[in-house]
Design a protein around this ligand. Sequence first.
Ligand SMILES: Nc1nc2c(ncn2[C@@H]2O[C@H](COP(=O)(O)OP(=O)(O)OP(=O)(O)O)[C@@H](O)[C@H]2O)c(=O)[nH]1
Ligand SMILES: *[C@@H]1O[C@H](CO)[C@@H](O)[C@H](O)[C@H]1NC(C)=O
Length: 403
Amino acid sequence: MIFINILFPFLFITAARANGDSEYCDINKKSCENEVQVNYGKKQIFYDVNPPEGFNLRRDVYMRFAIMLAEAQKQGKDNWELVLPPWYNLYHWKSQKFPPKPWAKFFELDALKSFAPVVELQEVFRKTKKKVLEIDTLFILENYEDAFENGVFEEKWEIVGECNHKGKFWGYKNVTVKEVLCVKFQGKISKLWELIALHPHNTKIMFGHGEIPLHDNYGTKVYWDCRKSMKFNKDLNQIAKNYIVQYLNCDSELCNNYLSVHWRRQDFARSRGNDVPTIAGTVTQIHNYLKKRPHIKKIFISTDASMSELNTLEKDLTTHGYEIHFFLPRVTIIDDYGDGGIAIIDQIICSHAAYFIGTHDSTFTFRIQEEREILGFKSSTTFNRLCPDTGPCEKPSKWTIVN
Ligand SMILES: Nc1nc2c(ncn2[C@@H]2O[C@H](COP(=O)(O)OP(=O)(O)OP(=O)(O)O)[C@@H](O)[C@H]2O)c(=O)[nH]1
Ligand SMILES: *[C@@H]1O[C@H](CO)[C@@H](O)[C@H](O)[C@H]1NC(C)=O
């Protein structure tokens, strides 16, 4: 905290000097004290997620916040908006480094806005008169050591005290924060309003480790309404649709002529042998599944496997008489959308298949299953999983849509 207080005025002084204008004030002058940041009537909630978490878990974290804001709005609390945290430096996005990407790159912003009051960070930047966007309070959430103290899970929070925030904000250097508080937290996300209420005059509040609070409405109609509003960006949809028409010979929403498989490898193959099969096991299971569905000859494979693993899988499945497809992006698509965009295209192609087989406990698979529920496939075509070569194979939970 002391660190931040010292650093702050310094930043502003240097900014003012560099620009040679007088818009930025010297902390020692009285005129600064009453300076308000920007006020266009709305207050903002910012959040961030534990860095190693992947794109698909982050989509779920978004839903918790979006529902929190949408529900508050329904109850008349309509002066808050949710700032969409730019996509930056995701652990799984290895192919290249790129500047932070706005949500509109991957999703239809209007569709998101139709469900909850959300704004891109760039929109907030544009309305910021200073050179630096200043967040009033950052609450860094942390788990309690024991979630079941005395054998019960109780919803609660506790301010631990002031603490330090390491790292940049979504990759931006020009975002700072006045106050950082560490908070132990467990419970549903709407409980965050209690933290917000501690600082009634703040207009910009941020939560670190946004993955810690739980859904208020998991699996309810509101959950699904929010989920439906997470429409993928039109261009990505178009690329996927073109592929489905051209290579999978289907031009309807609900295709009836191909099987899709989400074949999660990498860390799952290395450390989750009890959940995922070997390559040979994968071939056997797909073959067994399709023996009962002889009209299906085309298989679409969505995977994070290495090319050599994928080639082996393809060769072995081809010997059984199947036609194997996977999405090989043009360089321009990679440059434009990065690994995140390719993964979305894979997910869209999987979503439209006659049948889908996923990977146990993968959020990438969960999102495909939800999409298929929204599209209106029979649940029996969707909730299938690859089993380990040996040992028990728990049936996937059916998260069916509530309309
Ligand atoms: N293109 C493509 N990328 C994939 C595929 N499976 C996984 N990935 C990449 O690996 C990341 C996996 O992280 P998540 O999105 O969190 O999904 P997950 O499979 O549940 O993995 P964790 O939840 O992080 O354990 C994705 O975001 C993709 O970047 C796939 O089938 N196709
Ligand atoms: C912060 O930097 C980014 C990237 O350089 C820029 O787009 C944005 O407008 C800046 N924000 C402010 C408040 O100036």
